[in-house]
Design a protein around this ligand. Structure first.
Ligand code: GLV
Ligand code: MN
Ligand code: MN
Length: 430
């Protein structure tokens, strides 16, 4: 029989397919992310949840406490939605991304909710806390350049002024894109009261590396220990735009040549540093014609390392190499830091309690560092946060080959249910 999580993922399989790149392209605040959000809202309402979209574009679907527990709260003057447990993920994707990065977490929250509701109906779960399912917008930052835009806004990790001035590749501002989806940009920004109402956040996510996949006979799930510090920088190389046929090679100031040297310098610099990762995954020549020497080339750099001081030193070395590469070609260059998120260590006691609750049904559950960024990493600075990873046998992510077997998707849901049941049953601290 097809499990609920697999059926939910099937609902999404034709939304945002990218016929050119392969996989899915579901940019934040775009048509496909919104279609998926409508699907989520309908699914949540069908399960009796009360759904709201906050001023930062985060969708919250509340499974409130049963009347009896709400009455107990009224007696001791605790409001109905305080001390909530939150769980969720995102629905947007990178260009040409896989099916599971984000949506698996969202579908798993719904499937897990079904299990929790059944447990409650059978009298096997006595909740002391409400549950809220959350969907965060523009987690990948593939449209406006800054990852985890929703969670950064609600936590104040980005100012609304800076967020609203971000633009996409077509020059649309985030302010206009948000407005087009019904948000009021004037109301965006940190929402400490909402965060203060949450006791914990748990995000289930497809594993994006090879750890679980390397051990097909081992557990299908793991718990995150940390998120690797990571940042994005835009390097612009400026030269002289010119004609491909009439400009002699000796007369050229070609920023593409400087950019090419830069890409090789990134590889060389980062490869020499243990545990570091450096990627150039996006390059845009201006104006971008086959028979045109470019006048400018923008190149985006992603660097990651467990120690933020090492990341900073690597970016400085790369910057020096970029200056040299530009100078050698008679070009100039400029660098802008678009974002930087320091290494995050998840709440030890929450993560260990997840390992304990998962170990009741699954042997060999381990803690795993994440090389990928997540909204849970941004929220972790404000409330106890943790993550569960579901096995991806391909070990590939941000590409169409990302994969999760049906049985493992169900194992992830079971793990999330057990983790949430334990958290929901805890007495709320006064
Ligand atoms: C998001 O998945 C990132 O790590 O960039
Ligand atoms: Mn993700
Ligand atoms: Mn991702």
């Amino acid at each position: 029989m097809t499990s609920t999580v697999v059926r939910l993922m099937q609902d999404l399989e034709n939304i945002g397919r990218d016929p050119i790149r392969g996989g899915y392209s579901r940019p934040g605040f775009g048509e496909h992310e919104l279609t998926m959000l409508e699907w989520f809202v309908a699914q949540a309402k069908a399960r009796g949840l009360d759904v709201e979209r906050d001023q930062n574009g985060i969708t919250w679907a509340w499974w409130d406490l049963p009347a009896e527990q709400t009455a107990e709260r009224t007696a001791d003057q605790t409001s109905a939605r305080e001390h909530a447990i939150a769980t969720g993920s995102h629905l947007d994707s990178v260009p040409g991304g896989g099916a599971f990065d984000g949506p698996l977490g969202v579908a798993s929250t719904l499937a897990s909710l079904d299990q929790l509701q059944e447990r409650e109906a059978r009298g096997e779960l006595r909740r002391r806390k409400p549950l809220v399912l959350a969907v965060f917008p523009e987690e990948e930052g593939s449209r406006f350049g800054v990852a985890c835009l929703g969670s950064r806004l609600i936590t104040g990790a980005i100012t609304p002024e800076r967020a609203l001035s971000l633009t996409d590749r077509e020059g649309n501002s985030f302010a206009d894109a948000a407005r087009a989806t019904g948000l009021n940009p004037d109301l965006m920004g940190a929402d400490r009261a909402r965060l203060a109402g949450l006791d914990a956040f748990v995000e289930l996510h497809v594993e994006q590396g090879k750890f679980l996949g390397n051990n097909p006979l081992g557990p299908a799930v793991a718990v995150a220990s940390s998120i690797l510090g990571h940042g994005r920088w835009r390097f612009s190389f400026f030269g002289q735009g010119n004609h491909a046929g009439t400009t002699l090679m000796v007369d050229r100031r070609d920023p593409m040549v400087a950019a090419a040297a830069f890409v090789l310098a990134v590889r060389e610099t980062v490869a020499a540093q243990a545990d570091a990762r450096g990627t150039v995954g996006r390059l845009e020549p201006v104006p971008g014609g086959t028979n045109v020497v470019a006048s400018r080339v923008d190149v985006w750099l992603d660097v990651r390392h467990p120690e933020d001081t090492v990341t900073a030193a690597l970016v400085q070395s790369i910057y020096d190499r970029a200056v040299a590469a530009a100078g050698a070609e008679g070009c100039t260059m400029d660098m802008v830091e678009e974002s930087m998120s320091g290494t995050v260590h998840f709440d030890d006691s929450l993560s260990r309690s997840l390992v304990t609750s998962l170990s009741a049904t699954t042997s060999g559950v381990e803690m795993l560092p994440s090389g990928a960024g997540h909204d849970a990493g941004i929220l972790a600075a404000h409330l106890p946060s943790a993550m569960i990873f579901t096995r991806n046998p391909s070990g590939i992510s941000h590409a169409p080959e990302e994969h999760v077997e049906d049985a493992d998707a169900q194992a992830g849901v079971n793990a999330l249910t057990d983790a949430l049941a334990a958290l929901l049953s805890e007495e709320a601290a006064q």
